[in-house]
Design a protein around this ligand. Structure first.
Ligand code: ADP
Ligand code: MG
Length: 232
């Protein structure tokens, strides 16, 4: 299904005193179900704004956003809360510091309809030996893995990641991208990754280049490159 996520003529304007900032300016694109999609563009292009609107964290000024056949751009704040709770996950929000890795994952699975077992999710990210550790006892990359496990435990329709390798060293960043690529392939979750790093684009099925709040061009890779073979 080509039209799992559809942005149709979507704009987001910010009023700054007398000035109107067009963060997103009549953008159009669609993302297929199960796709690994990378949204790439320079700083200030509008990437985070797109992701926040898709994740129900922000609303658009004009246009229509639909996900899995439902128009989310007209949602009330109550409907948006339900949407955020059950349908989408952001890879990054902070782990709760005084809960163990496993408890952090359980916390997420408690508020969704069809959760994956928390311990299974932790195992899937390769941290079964660290389940009882607190976040402060884990490296940055391990904490990222736990936040991905927490995302997986919710069995989401959409997994959204804003600059997932931003704060990580090269090798750890690569392993996180591999985990995201594997998750997409093995579980059929639609994954949308934002990056300013165009070297990552060969790993995606679909690449949306954005510039000045609009789509500059799009690419489709019939044979996406495994992350292991990408250098940057
Ligand atoms: P990116 O993630 O690609 O770096 P953003 O989506 O964060 O870009 O921002 C796109 C544009 O919108 C930028 O010019 C930014 O300054 C502006 N912008 C983003 N959020 C706000 C806001 N809350 N108020 C005013 N301008 C904003
Ligand atoms: Mg950003």
């Amino acid at each position: 299904m080509r039209d799992y996520v559809v942005f149709s003529d979507v704009s987001k304007y910010y009023q700054m005193g007398q000035m109107v900032i067009k963060a997103i300016d009549h953008i159009n694109f669609s993302i297929a179900k199960g796709e690994f999609c990378i949204i790439v563009g320079p700083s200030g292009a509008g990437k985070t704004t797109v992701l926040n609107m898709l994740g129900g964290m922000d609303t658009c000024t004009e246009g229509t956003i639909s996900v899995d056949g439902t128009v989310i751009s007209g949602f009330s704040s109550k409907e948006l809360t339900t949407y955020r709770r059950y349908d989408v996950v952001f890879q990054f929000y902070n782990l709760v510091q005084n809960l163990t890795a496993l408890e952090n994952v359980e916390l997420a699975s408690q508020i969704c309809r069809d959760p994956l077992d928390a311990a299974t999710a932790v195992r899937e990210v390769g941290l079964e030996d660290r389940m009882d550790n607190f976040p402060s006892q884990l490296s940055g990359g391990e904490q990222q893995r736990i936040s991905i496990a927490r995302a997986l435990a919710k069995n989401p329709k959409l997994l959204l990641c804003d600059e997932p390798t931003g704060a990580l060293d090269y090798v750890t960043g690569k392993s996180i991208l591999k985990l995201l690529q594997d998750t997409c392939r093995q579980k059929g979750v639609t994954v949308v990754v934002i990056t300013h790093n165009s070297a990552l684009t060969p790993m995606a099925d679909h690449v949306i280049h954005i510039k000045n709040g609009t789509v500059a061009h799009e690419e489709y890779n019939n044979n996406p490159t495994p992350v292991e073979s990408i250098e940057w």
